[in-house]
Design a protein around this ligand. Structure first.
Ligand SMILES: Nc1ncnc2c1ncn2[C@@H]1O[C@H](COP(=O)(O)OP(=O)(O)O)[C@@H](O)[C@H]1O
Ligand SMILES: [Mg+2]
Length: 528
């Protein structure tokens, strides 16, 4: 035992066994209904203060892995300066708490002024405290931390007081442990609620068996998918819009050990600078105006799972630096919190941009590019994997008909052959939209070449004309119409035809006017 006190002689027992029993009972009654650490601490302190007349009470939690101590709640009574509540600090060699933690015994100092060389004593003495009694909190052989009672002048009957406070410490330790379990349950409950909310708003029909391919290029890609799925490697998926980048990233997640945790998709261009950090990393309650409660970021939601950063090439430069930092440290810092949290999240990024060019143009950080591109999967456009076209049409036709609860149309061989010659600027997305539209318009019927031309006069019917190359204006007109059809008539924005064609929206609008292209019915099928 670490005792540093001189017993005053002649003290008589102040606490009969009835009194002790009553104190215990009152203490328990006072704390059973507490719902937060602060509540519990206040209730404890109020009860104990009535009997023991100390000048300061504090409860410290000990983290045996990090070897740090943290206040369970703000201390009650005299506040020595230089002590910041709620912040973890390393357990200094000369700390009184350390003695109680190492010996697992009470540590009593009846005259602190003689021990000011110990690290934590100086501030106590300066604050006018003369003696202190520290008790370890031990529950089921686990050391939770310490309870500190401090006094302006040494109390009477220290031996008896020590014995009684030691008995009470066990009760306090149990209450503290219960509260920690309660708050941690409450936290994981909140985590679950947020996960659920996320799934409800982002849940999409996705079935891994709905991914179809036949071409040698896609077979090779699927081999790579299987190889990388098993690792935690960061993956970059590149390819034109509609080639299946989203789908592939989900497949990788599904085939990895992470499949039982969340796949969290984040659309990078949709993140404004000011929201980016709190969206990805979460924020503390009160971190900024409107942050009325703590919020988990997407990286934390995807803990144990995968985060998918779509259109990563469109991330503003300032935010690229922050992303790079997470990739390097695997730790995130919630907005408004000073400590960082480790996250175990697999990162998959996708882009339809040529990132090497973006790096050259100074729009994408080179160091971030190198971090991302270790494993790159480049998905070829549909026109470069013709073998996939008939298979995709037949399978998507079957599965979408079933989903829509309509009899599937049947494609003739010459229709399929015809569609292989089309250049599919919108890739599989465009193909899927075409198939869906034909299911709606021709349920259960035969689909031949002329039916397709009749349904899609501006895009498909022009294939042959395009081959003849009529005039330059006509070719351009057709090209624009194809792009418009692929985007369902949307001109500007992320999914717009201007972007598909790689020209500014205003230029496209100007050309459309010149070539007398009017937004029409043809484009009414919205892209998925
Ligand atoms: N190989 C495929 N088999 C079935 N559907 C596919 C395939 N590739 C893409 N799709 C579908 O095409 C649409 C566009 O795919 P998506 O993954 O969103 O493309 P991207 O992210 O490259 O723009 C989605 O509806 C997707 O389900
Ligand atoms: Mg996508």
């Amino acid at each position: 035992m670490v005792y540093a006190y001189e017993e005053k002689t002649g003290s008589v027992s102040r606490w009969s066994s009835e009194t002790r029993y009553r104190i215990l009972l009152e203490l328990n009654n006072a704390i059973v209904t507490c719902k937060s650490r602060e509540d519990l601490f206040t209730a404890l302190s109020k009860e104990l203060q009535r009997h023991f007349l100390y000048d300061r009470l504090c409860i410290m939690l000990y983290d045996d892995k990090l070897h740090t101590i943290t206040y369970f709640a703000a201390a009650d009574g005299i506040q020595p300066s230089g002590i910041v509540a709620r912040k973890s600090r390393p357990l200094a060699d000369g700390a009184i708490a350390r003695m109680a933690i190492q010996s697992k015994q009470p540590v009593i100092f009846d005259d602190l002024t003689r021990y000011t060389d110990l690290s934590s004593v100086g501030e106590l003495v300066k604050a006018g405290l003369k003696s202190t009694m520290v008790f370890p909190m031990i529950v089921r052989d686990q050391l939770l931390g310490t309870i500190h009672f401090s006094f302006r002048s040494a109390p009477d009957g220290v031996t008896e007081l020590t014995e009684l406070l030691q008995a009470l410490s066990l009760q306090i330790a149990i209450a503290v442990e219960n509260m920690m379990a309660y708050t941690s349950l409450k936290n994981s409950n909140q985590h679950l609620l947020e996960e659920k909310q996320y799934l409800l708003t982002h849940g999409r029909e996705y079935q891994s068996t709905d991914f179809f391919f036949a071409s040698s290029q896609m077979n090779r890609i699927m081999e790579i998918v299987d190889q990388v799925a098993a690792t935690d490697e960061t993956i970059l998926i590149t390819g034109e819009t509609g080639t299946g980048k989203d789908f592939l990233s989900r497949l990788i997640h599904d085939r990895s050990e992470r499949r039982d945790n969340l796949f969290v998709k984040t659309n990078c261009p949709g993140l404004t600078s000011s929201l980016f950090e709190s969206e990805l990393f979460g924020h503390a309650k009160g971190a900024f105006t409107g942050a009325d409660r703590k919020r988990l970021g997407r990286f934390e939601l995807a803990d144990g799972g995968t985060i998918f950063l779509d259109e990563v090439g469109d991330l503003p430069l300032g935010l690229q630096a922050k992303l790079l930092q997470v990739l390097q440290d695997r730790r995130i810092e919630r907005v408004g919190e000073s400590t960082s949290t480790e996250v175990d999240t697999r990162i998959i990024a996708a882009t339809n941009k040529n990132l090497i060019e973006s790096v050259r143009a100074g729009q994408f950080r080179q160091d971030l590019f190198y971090r991302l591109e270790t494993v790159t999967i480049n998905v070829p456009p549909l026109r470069e994997r013709l073998d996939d076209i008939p298979l995709l049409i037949n399978n998507i036709n079957a599965s979408e008909s079933e989903r829509m609860n309509r009899p599937a149309p049947v494609y003739t061989d010459d229709a399929l052959d015809f569609l292989r010659r089309y250049n599919w600027p919108g890739n599989v997305r465009e193909l899927k939209n075409m198939v869906k539209r034909l299911i709606i318009l021709n349920p259960g019927s035969l689909i031949n070449e002329s039916e397709i031309k009749r349904t899609f006069p501006v895009t498909m019917a022009s294939i042959d004309q395009l081959e003849d190359f009529a005039t330059r204006d006509q070719a351009e007109r057709d090209h624009i119409l194809q792009a418009l059809a692929a985007t369902g008539g949307v001109v500007g924005g992320k999914h717009g035809a201007a972007r598909l064609l790689g020209i500014p929206r205003s230029t496209l609008q100007y050309r459309m006017k010149k070539l007398q292209i009017e937004p029409s019915e043809q484009f009414s099928v919205k892209p998925h």
